[in-house]
Design a protein around this ligand. Structure first.
Ligand code: DGY
Length: 348
């Protein structure tokens, strides 16, 4: 699909993206916009090299693509100056390779914070209240009357939510769980972020001034402290060498037997084989997963686990957010072409 065929700058999007604002922005600034409508979901490096061709000023790509040395070399050969991932995570992008070839890299932070945190909250609730199991039970026609023990789950109020990685999304999630469900909070942040601390301190003051019971919170000095103490644990780190299999056999064994683990970050943060084993051994342990180690696949056994709620990497999938991500990605590429500062810049 081509927009503004005579535009001066050739910008490629490897996928159709929601909304038209991003297209209009580029077209208004003299770009020819080419949108790849190839049916297969994941494009290979060769597919993308073919798209780039001999002249390309910028590319908007997706987290399913491997943006390494080969692609940045191809983009640079075609005169390309900019690449933007349509994602906040950029573990699929080799930023050093991009720097080496003089290609600026952008990502799309901010617009997906609340949407992603809302999905983490939804998975926490779905796991705590066994919503998917109960839904399947209803649809299978198995409900034959109210019973005192039918799908008994966990009350979140008064329990402790544990957040690992208190950046934008982790902090937004913590806020939702603390304010919305009156959970106590323990968190561990690899980057010493203070944004969550500011919120809980101010919220504590607010509760006190209203004569309400204060929420207990603490910043943990280790991840293990969170794993030991929390009833619901949500993972929000970036994926890099230091966070690969952050949750493994040992860390799972550290958690409470009836804990809930939620992952809306990246699949490889959790050792999924160890997780499946843990779910089998501990039927009261539950998980809510948006991401998987080998997407689009799940490790053997996971799909059969009743104590797992699984969704296909949809944490940022609200209309507003996806349109915002597309717009930011377009602005990143346009910014570089036109010489403006770019929005999401992992080098900063
Ligand atoms: C991201 O942005 O990194 C998400 O995984 C997809 O929205």
């Amino acid at each position: 699909e081509v927009w503004n065929p005579n535009g001066k700058y050739r910008v490629i999007s490897t996928k159709p993206m929601p909304g038209t604002r991003w297209i209009n922005l580029l077209v208004e600034q003299d770009c020819r916009v080419e949108i790849c409508t190839e049916k297969k979901t994941i494009l290979s490096v060769d597919d993308i090299i073919a798209l780039i061709g001999n002249k390309c000023d910028g590319v908007i790509g997706q987290l399913t693509e491997d943006w390494g040395d080969t692609l940045f070399a191809a983009l640079s050969r075609a005169g390309g100056k900019a690449f933007s991932n349509m994602a906040v995570g950029y573990n699929n992008v080799d930023v050093n390779a991009a720097n080496k070839y003089g290609v600026a890299v952008g990502n799309t932070p901010g617009v997906l914070t609340e949407t992603t945190a809302e999905l983490a909250a939804s998975l926490s609730l779905a796991a705590a209240r066994r919503i998917v199991e109960a839904d399947e039970f209803m649809r299978a026609g198995l409900y034959d009357g109210w019973l005192p023990h039918l799908f008994v789950g966990n009350l979140l109020k008064g329990q402790t939510v544990g957040v690992i990685g208190a950046g934008r999304i982790g902090s937004a999630y913590a806020r939702m769980m603390v304010e919305g469900f009156k959970m106590n909070l323990i968190y561990y942040d690899l980057y010493q972020s203070t944004r969550l601390e500011k919120f809980v301190t101010a919220y504590g003051e607010f509760l006190k001034s209203n004569g309400e019971q204060p929420v207990y919170w603490k910043r943990a000095s280790s991840m293990e402290e969170v794993l030991r103490e929390a009833d619901v644990i949500s993972l929000h780190p970036i994926l890099d060498k230091t966070t690969y299999h952050l949750i493994n056999k040992d860390s799972l064994a550290t958690m409470k037997k009836e804990a809930i683990l939620v992952n809306c970050s990246r699949g490889p943060v959790v050792d999924e084989v160890a997780l499946v084993e843990h779910l089998k051994q501990n039927p009261m342990f539950r998980v809510g997963l948006d991401v998987f180690e080998d997407e689009p696949f799940m490790k053997p056994g996971l799909a059969e686990m009743k104590n797992a709620v699984v969704v296909p990497h949809i944490a940022s999938a609200s209309k507003w957010t996806r349109e915002g991500m597309a717009t930011l990605a377009a602005l990143n590429v346009l910014g570089k072409i036109k010489g403006y500062p770019i929005w999401g810049d992992p080098n900063r």
